[in-house]
Design a protein around this ligand. Structure first.
Ligand code: GYE
Length: 330
């Protein structure tokens, strides 16, 4: 690990000579700040916006940091470029929310050679040598998918549809992103337990509202009896709901099609209150303070847990959504 040079901003003599000056603000010298490069995925969803905001409001100069923020516009090659530029700028820590899970070995080796610790946040990476990164903090995507599947099973049972033939479609996230991989796998584990459930189709909506709408439009053209739509994030669900309405169908608790999604951003609560969305499975984006805590531990030479899952809940229309929404941070 590199050492920062601590400089004394004001010498005793300078302070003494300023004794008569009424109020002075002592700014931390630049080299006292911990420099963090954050290679962010993009700005594709409300979740992502909340995540960016969490980093920007945590890694401030008042908190002792200088943040170099890079938005990769959902492209791995841009993230790799950003990491290389962080290495060139000799930052103290590199934080990455990897767009996809694979293809990181080379650039992580470059960071390791430069002695710069790498912290993964949000999505995971698959690397053969896990000493290439310090630790990871994020949501348990497989568990989120399983919770969602179990919710659908309980909901259908409650509606007396437990034995009915159920047709489903999935609007997936960015293919190869761990949020996509985990949610698809988790939900699939529950589908496998129900012989009467049929997954008609799965296509990527890239975690965006526009693409979610497009994919749903094409599903509606291909299949006329969709019972459940699984959207791998809330924004895709907002697009899907628009497509369902434009096709003259209805959705939500009182409608023809059950719609569920992941993230639980504020707009998802509004969609549930409006009666369009059935349920949303939480994924917490507020990783800024968690990464701050990890860096503080590393600075103090303490051990950090390699894999750190965040606790997550879910929300549906049987709950007092107005009250929960009033307390929601994102
Ligand atoms: O669900 C989605 C975002 O990786 C958990 O990325 C994150 C996902 C989140 O675009 O909205």
């Amino acid at each position: 690990m590199k050492k920062r040079v601590l400089s004394v901003a004001l010498t005793a003599a300078m302070v003494a000579s300023m004794a008569t000056v009424p109020a002075i603000t002592v700014q931390a010298a630049d080299d006292e700040l911990i420099v963090v490069g954050y290679a962010q995925v993009g700005a594709e969803s409300d979740w992502r916006t909340a995540n960016t905001e969490s980093f920007k409001s945590t890694f401030t100069e008042e908190n002792g940091y200088k943040l170099i923020f890079d938005d990769a516009q959902q492209k791995q090659e841009n993230q790799i470029k950003a990491i290389r530029s962080f290495i060139q700028q000799d930052v103290d820590y590199i934080v990455v929310a990897p767009v996809v899970e694979t293809g990181w070995e080379t650039v992580l080796e470059e960071a390791k050679e430069a002695g710069i610790p790498v912290i993964l946040s949000d999505r995971q990476m698959q690397v053969s040598d896990d000493s290439l990164y310090e630790c990871w903090v994020g949501g348990n995507f497989i568990k989120e998918g399983e919770t969602a599947g179990q919710w659908v099973a309980d909901y259908l049972e409650e509606k007396g549809r437990g034995e009915e033939e159920i047709n489903m479609v999935t609007i997936q996230g960015t293919i190869g992103a761990s949020a996509q991989v985990g949610r698809t796998e988790g939900f699939g584990n529950i589908v496998a337990q129900h012989e009467n459930w049929k997954m008609l189709d799965m296509q990527s909506g890239e975690f965006t509202q526009a693409k979610g709408q497009e994919v749903m439009e094409s599903f509606l053209k291909s299949y006329d009896d969709i019972d459940v739509v699984i959207c791998e994030n809330d924004n895709e669900a907002f697009g899907a709901i628009d497509a369902i309405k434009a096709a003259g169908k209805t959705c939500g608790p009182e409608g023809d099609i059950i719609v569920i999604s992941f993230d639980s951003v504020k707009a998802a609560f509004e969609a549930m209150i409006a009666g369009d969305l059935n349920a949303t499975f939480e994924c917490n984006p507020l990783h800024g303070p968690r990464v701050d805590e990890i860096i503080k531990k590393l600075e103090a030479g303490e051990e950090v847990e390699k894999i750190q899952y965040v606790d997550e809940a879910y929300f549906d229309t049987s709950m007092d959504l107005e009250a929960i929404l009033a307390e929601r941070a994102y």
